[in-house]
Design a protein around this ligand. Structure first.
Ligand code: AMP
Length: 418
């Protein structure tokens, strides 16, 4: 059932509680917390500008990091208020709590079009516990609820679910912001009846993280391309040797079931036939988690479907990349989640780059709709400078995966039906 959008509402004079995703990366420089990447703040501007134009009184709520119910100066949202104010070119008031007298005073001082950012909701344990009394306190200053934080919508927390429930029970309306609306459109509606061929590209570290997505998409896709470390579990299921590659031997049966389902449904299911491999050598150093760091030496193309005992597969090989590229360039709908290799290291990034270029080519030349399902594939597209040449990039990581699995996200379910 489609959900109400802010475009459907009359928000003049209304106090609107807007849950946004301002969980931005920060670092301490000379005792000050500095925001490293303002993408998430910038992405909320269309919604905020729409609310301002509609004459709403805007109360913004968000979480930052994992303060676990404690006040942590390094996880305060105050720097976000300052940066938002610069980006939107108007004052953004800030209050150093998200409930209580101070919040009541600050909200009653708001005029139409004013903005107020509340302090990190996770400074209270009740947020993640979705405590009903806390939700009532959050809701006490608002007439309408808006969720524009798709990336947090898979969690039933007080600011993503509880507060909306309270407002609904009072007869108030709960709507999607513009960013949320786009996520629901591209990850949801557009994939219901996709233009064909519909090609799904899945990569990343583990089969176990994506198996439910693969299973669901086997019902819709014409072709599924598998890359990344998870391809080695499929290789193992095929009786191949995977050397020191990242693999999940306990998921071999799951992988076999996937391949069988693909066959039964007539879905083309391609796994890599060649790889870039390297020899991991213990550097004698430990990482932050105390685990040994391995140098990846002697990278080379391995054209065999088996990997030697001393080597590790780290990217798809050139033959696989060319085959994937051909399939992608002919697609009319593309969904991509997860890199083809350990793309953070340039030596193992070529497969991901070829896929990114092919997705862009299909979009620009073949009129394909290309949907990038969040996380590392978004990073990879941005790293290649191609972010504006695909149809849609999701802002969610875990939320995108859960949504693609076909789950109803609690932060979406609670919004008012159209
Ligand atoms: P995910 O979050 O599941 O999409 O996984 C992304 C991570 O998988 C990235 O950090 C990649 O470096 C990693 N990855 C992809 N392919 C491989 C591989 N063949 N071996 C090790 N790590 C990989």
């Amino acid at each position: 059932m489609p959900k109400l959008s802010i475009n459907d509402l009359d928000l003049h004079d209304k106090r609107v509680f807007v849950r946004v995703d301002y969980n931005v990366p920060m670092e301490e420089i000379d005792g000050q917390m500095v925001i490293n990447d303002a993408t998430r703040i910038k992405e909320t501007l269309p919604t905020l500008e729409r609310l301002i134009a509609a004459g709403a009184r805007i109360i913004l709520a968000a979480h930052l990091g994992r303060p676990k119910g404690q006040r942590e100066a390094s996880m305060s949202l105050r720097p976000v208020a300052d940066l938002l104010s610069k980006l939107i070119d108007r004052p953004v008031a800030f209050v150093d709590d998200c409930i209580g007298d101070k919040v009541e005073r600050a909200t009653s001082a708001l005029k139409n079009g004013d903005l107020l950012l509340l302090e990190n909701v996770r400074f209270h344990n009740e947020e993640e516990a979705n405590d009903p009394i806390f939700a009532v306190k959050l809701a006490s200053v608002a007439d309408v609820y808006v969720n524009d934080a798709f990336g947090a919508a898979h969690r039933a927390h007080a600011s993503t679910e509880g507060v909306a429930r309270v407002i609904s029970q009072r007869g108030g309306l709960c709507a999607a912001g513009l960013l949320m609306e786009r996520e629901l459109k591209f990850l949801g509606e557009e994939l219901e009846n996709p233009a064909r061929p519909f090609v799904v590209i899945l990569g990343g570290a583990k089969v176990s993280d994506k198996i439910l997505v693969i299973d669901r998409l086997l019902e819709k896709a014409d072709t599924i391309l598998i890359g990344g470390a998870m391809a080695y579990t499929f290789r193992l299921a095929d009786g191949r040797k995977v050397g020191k590659s990242l693999v999940e031997p306990d998921k071999v049966e799951v992988a076999r079931a996937c391949v069988a389902k693909a066959k039964q449904r007539g879905v083309q299911f391609l796994i890599p036939t060649d790889n870039i491999v390297a020899t991991p050598v213990d550097s004698g150093k430990l990482n932050k988690k105390g685990r040994p760091i391995f140098d990846l030496q002697h990278p080379r193309v391995n054209s065999s479907s088996d990997i030697s005992d001393s080597e590790e597969g780290l990217d798809i090989g050139p033959v696989t990349a060319a085959r994937f590229s051909e399939v992608i360039r002919n697609a009319k709908t593309i969904l991509w989640n997860g890199p083809m290799g350990m793309f953070e290291d340039k030596r193992f990034g070529e497969g991901t780059n070829v896929v990114a270029q092919s997705v862009v080519e299909a979009t620009q030349k073949n009129g394909a709709k290309s949907i990038i399902g969040g996380g590392d594939s978004v990073k990879a597209i941005n790293k290649a400078g191609l972010g504006d040449r695909v149809t849609f990039m999701s802002t969610g990581g875990g939320a995108s995966l859960e949504f693609l699995e076909g789950n109803v996200l609690p932060g979406v379910a609670v919004l008012t039906d159209k």
